[in-house]
Design a binder for this molecule. Structure first.
Ligand SMILES: C[S@@+](CC[C@H](N)C(=O)[O-])C[C@H]1O[C@@H](n2cnc3c(N)ncnc32)[C@H](O)[C@@H]1O
Length: 181
């Protein structure tokens, strides 16, 4: 358990909780293999007090040390289930194929990563599935092509579909731009 864990009703989880029978990945799932153990960077979960921040009074994840470009930040930990099971989750990322990784009821620090829209001009991390040295499928949080400085909010990209499904209309920032890579 982290000392800054803010939600006692949402227990901290160290490893993914697999709640369904998961088929072996197929070649078309295109899951890269990491040959070495990955070191996580130090991050802090903080309550957002800036009234101009669109998630004020919620929490966000912040760098606690410099994070170089194209680096592994941490894993996104949660429950593995079929994507069709909880389609409205606010805390789900794609695991692989038809599976989602959901941190609504339990998870780790990555569940506090906010979407970049209305906070910054671009995300500074991406979520990507990989197979770790022990052969376990993980979703990693990876920095994009800019260094992340201590104190900077770690911001992902939930995709326009996430916000449209929640009734947000109008112009939404792009889901991907090659200049981020
Ligand atoms: C995965 S959670 C992120 C962590 C969340 N802030 C918390 O404290 O639990 C997703 C939720 O965070 C908030 N959020 C994330 N990014 C946002 C953004 N760009 N604008 C407004 N709200 C955002 C929304 O309430 C969203 O449903």
């Amino acid at each position: 358990m982290r000392s800054d864990w803010p939600t006692p009703n949402v227990p901290y989880l160290k490893a993914n909780d697999v709640c369904c029978v998961v088929r072996e990945p197929l070649l078309e799932d295109d899951i890269p293999i990491e040959e070495k153990p990955l070191r996580a960077y130090s991050v802090a979960i903080l309550r957002i007090v800036d009234a101009a921040h669109p998630a004020v009074n919620e929490f966000g994840l912040y760098a606690a040390e410099p994070i170089p470009p194209h680096s592994f930040v941490c894993n996104y930990i949660g429950r593995v289930h079929l994507q069709t099971e909880y389609p409205d989750s606010d805390y789900a990322v794609t695991y692989f194929g038809e599976y989602a990784l959901d941190a609504t009821h339990t998870g780790n620090e990555a569940r506090f990563i906010n979407d970049y829209r209305n906070i910054a001009s671009r995300p500074n991390v991406a979520f990507d599935t990989y197979k770790d040295v022990d052969g376990m499928i993980q979703v990693g949080v990876w920095s994009l092509n800019k260094p992340i400085v201590p104190g900077e909010e770690i911001l992902g990209n939930y995709g326009k579909g996430y916000w449209r499904a929640r009734g947000v209309k109008g112009v939404l920032g792009p889901d991907w731009d090659d200049s981020w890579d």
